[in-house]
Write a protein that binds this ligand. Structure first.
Ligand code: PGA
Length: 248
């Protein structure tokens, strides 16, 4: 049985004051949740997460990482720095990074290696645009995105990743993939992972992301290969995020 994982992606939102009450609200409501839960905060607030969450059941992580270990890369943040701030997770290859920062499949693969090298769990995002879906290219696009990452991993490191399927047309739009549509892609990703390494591929968590909300989370996460969620908008309200965690 794969333990469900619910991860909040705050994107470029928050302030010290807002984060303090959001984090306190989430921790207070976690109770005996069976799912694992984490928040991925903007880099300047990771120290605040460490301070607020150390010793709690809520893990924290970052939204991006440099492919480089250290050196003359102005503005970038190294995986070892994230680990130094107690991060467990880092989102890699989010569609907003791919679209606005030109991140290629090859760069995403290098970032995954950097994250693993620092002991972090990379949450590898894949997903098709609306135009790609309408052209019938969903399977090919997400297949290529995942293949680029699998190509650089050995069996031991494969077991340490999390995958997130996020159809670009569903992110922040209120349009969710139906559970059946999402499961179809998740099953394809599962087969691809198992093809690389059967045991690790069966154990890897594949999250769904894209307008997951309290009212659709349970149905999505009831699908055979949907092992949790990567939550944007609904992760900014403690009550909504908690409802999704408890639905998992
Ligand atoms: P959303 O974002 O839940 O607001 O659609 C999800 C994501 O981009 O990770």
């Amino acid at each position: 049985m794969r333990r469900k994982l619910v991860v909040g992606n705050w994107k470029m939102n928050g302030s010290r004051a807002a984060n303090a009450s959001l984090l306190a609200g989430i921790v207070a409501g976690l109770g005996t949740a069976r799912a694992e839960a984490a928040v991925c905060a903007p880099a300047p607030y990771l120290a605040q997460c460490e301070q607020a969450l150390a010793g709690s059941a809520l893990a924290w992580g970052a939204q991006d990482v440099s492919a480089h270990a250290a050196g003359a890369y102005t503005g970038e943040v190294a995986a070892a720095m994230l680990a130094d701030l107690g991060c467990r997770f880092v989102i890699v290859g989010h569609s907003e990074r791919r679209a606005y920062h030109g991140e290629s499949n090859a760069l995403v693969a290098q970032k995954v290696l950097a994250a693993l090298g620092a002991g972090l769990t990379p949450i590898v995002c894949v997903g098709e645009t609306l135009a790609e879906r309408e052209a019938g290219r969903t399977a090919a696009v997400v297949g290529e995105q995942l293949a680029a990452v699998l190509a650089v991993l050995d069996a031991a490191s494969l077991a340490r990743i999390v995958v997130a399927y996020e159809p670009v047309w569903a992110i922040g739009t209120g349009k969710t993939a139906t559970p059946a549509m999402a499961q179809e892609v998740h099953a394809q990703l599962r087969a691809q992972l198992q093809d690389k390494q059967a045991e690790a591929g069966a154990a890897i968590r594949i999250l769904y992301g894209g307008s997951m909300k309290p009212d659709n989370a349970a149905e999505l996460m009831a699908q055979a290969d949907i092992d949790g969620g990567l939550i944007g908008g609904a992760a900014l309200k403690a009550a909504d995020f908690l409802a999704i965690i408890h639905a998992a």
